[in-house]
Design a protein around this ligand. Structure first.
Ligand code: FE2
Length: 133
């Protein structure tokens, strides 16, 4: 699917709303928000992967920490999705779409101990697109 096809497909998902923002602008914002939604869902599942699979002497503390971080990311996922809907779009937040559209690389499955998971998650956070000020 080309970028233009994807944009056109997303544009067709914009409903009318009383919000005084032109439909073209809402479409463009929703394309960006859906990209962020896919990436955030992917990030959350990667954090849960670390939560479930971390091993070693710091297991318990990191197990709890990773779960807390995943919960924080979940709140952002909900905010992003609901903003898309508010702007008249469809929140394209299924696992299949997230896997296809995420900007993150795959999680390093060879991470085992706490330090390896902390480094892996730090690298993934560093991969997130920086929003210009
Ligand atoms: Fe858990």
């Amino acid at each position: 699917m080309t970028a233009t096809t994807k944009q056109n497909e997303t544009k067709s998902l914009v409903y009318s709303t009383r919000i005084d923002i032109p439909v073209e602008m809402r479409s463009q914002v929703n394309i960006l928000l859906n990209q962020s939604l896919a990436t955030a869902i992917d990030l959350k599942t990667q954090i849960k992967y670390a939560h479930w699979n971390v091993k070693g002497k710091d297991f318990y503390q990191l197990h709890l920490l990773f779960d807390e971080i995943a919960s924080e990311v979940e709140e952002f996922i909900d905010l992003i999705a609901e903003r898309i809907a508010t702007l008249g779009g469809k929140a394209l937040g299924t696992a299949r779409i997230a896997a296809k559209e995420s900007e993150l690389p795959e999680y390093p499955f060879d991470a085992v101990d706490g330090t390896e998971h902390v480094i892996a998650l730090g690298d993934q956070l560093g991969n997130l697109r920086q929003i210009p000020p």
